[in-house]
Design a protein around this ligand. Structure first.
Ligand SMILES: [Fe+2]
Length: 366
């Protein structure tokens, strides 16, 4: 199979990024301009993980009258949830001049969606799709506290439509953060398993992109460096030294930039199946799928399991054993629906390779 054209011509990046340990302390200064008028308020969307963490919250310079929401992360966001965040702001009649999102992929995405809806009429579901957002969002700052999803860099914010069950983001240049703060001090308290699973999201994205047919020089460049940094982090003695955490934060950002001009491959569609049918979170699902993809990605497969062993990480096993036929049917349907990534990895006749039987067999290897 030859190189295919992604059709992507004009990619948007984050406008400004601040980096380095302790850089979060610059947040109050960044918020000076949006706070110029007395009635202007900042909306903070913060991962609930930090709810009782005074030393982190004190850095944010939250003022009385600001709107603060602690975002639950047990489940991935829904359109109804986003709408209810908007209603709460509208009920208080607040003049929100900036949005700050601080947390993992879920929280960063929630903040992006709210910022879009503050300047666009209607409901969250109206903007699920491509380039449906008409007006620029409110100025927004993203502060990742775990590395790997690339949500700090991407032009989407993933949410599940409460009515239709469709998981789709607001893909728009207006969704991209105006400013991000890459402060690796913030990732020091993440659990080791979660740190690994999430970090691997960027590794998996990039090995899938580099093995695919839809290619271009810029996507390849971002992906290659993200993979290089992941190798340095996860093949080192300790993946969580301050140096390693800084590198992984950069890998996540570059991996997010890579997504803008490339496609994933076989792992993400299978991973989506696990999320939709079994409710497993995205990042751990990717790692589970890595058990079953040796034939598609032999070298990354070997490297991935070397990293798992080196860092002594737990990857769940046997998650599809004992499922009923009806559940395997749903797993098949929710995997095979991802045409673009599967074409990227296996060509336009991917359905002939990934037969119903083959897909079931693959899930059983997990
Ligand atoms: Fe991913």
């Amino acid at each position: 199979m030859g190189i295919l054209d992604t059709g992507i011509r004009n990619a948007k990046n984050v406008r400004n990024y601040m980096f380095g340990p302790g850089s979060i302390q610059s947040l109050p200064k960044l918020l000076q301009a949006p706070r110029q008028n007395r009635d202007q308020r900042v909306g903070f969307f913060i991962d609930e993980f930090f709810k009782n963490n005074a030393s982190i919250l004190n850095n944010l310079a939250i003022e009385s009258g600001d709107h603060v929401v602690f975002v639950p992360t047990e489940k991935e966001p829904t359109t109804d949830q986003i709408d209810s965040y908007l209603s709460a702001i509208r009920e208080k009649n607040l003049n929100i001049s900036a949005i700050v999102g601080m947390g993992g992929g879920i929280t960063l995405d929630v903040a992006k969606a709210v910022a879009n809806l503050l300047t666009n009429p209607g409901k969250a579901a109206d903007y699920q799709g491509w380039d449906l957002v008409k007006n620029p969002a409110v100025y927004k700052i993203g502060i990742p506290t775990i590395s790997g999803t690339g949500a700090e860099a991407t032009r989407t914010c993933v949410m599940t439509n409460t009515k239709t069950g469709v998981k789709l983001g607001m893909n728009s240049d207006f969704t991209v953060y105006d400013q991000i703060i890459l402060d690796s001090d913030l990732t020091s308290t993440v659990s080791r398993d979660q740190y690994f699973w999430t970090g691997m999201d960027t590794y998996v994205h990039c090995i899938e992109a580099l093995a695919g047919s839809y290619r271009n020089a810029i996507g390849d460049a971002f992906s290659r460096e993200a993979v290089n940094l992941c190798q340095q982090v996860f093949l080192s003695e300790d993946m969580m030294t301050s140096e390693a955490r800084e590198k992984l934060m950069v890998a996540s950002y570059l991996g997010g930039c890579a997504i803008a001009t490339s496609y994933v491959g076989v792992v993400h569609p299978f991973s989506a199946g696990l999320s939709v049918v079994l409710g497993l979170h995205h990042c751990v699902s990717n790692c589970i799928v890595m058990r079953a993809v040796e034939e598609f990605y032999p070298e990354p497969y070997a490297e991935f399991w070397k990293m798992v062993e080196k860092q002594n990480i737990h990857i769940p096993e046997g998650v599809c054993r004992g499922l009923k036929d009806e559940e395997f049917d749903r797993l098949y349907a929710s995997t095979i629906v991802h045409e673009k990534p599967l074409t990227n990895a296996l060509g336009p006749n991917f359905g002939k390779i990934l037969t119903r039987e083959k897909v079931k067999e693959t899930f059983l290897k997990m």
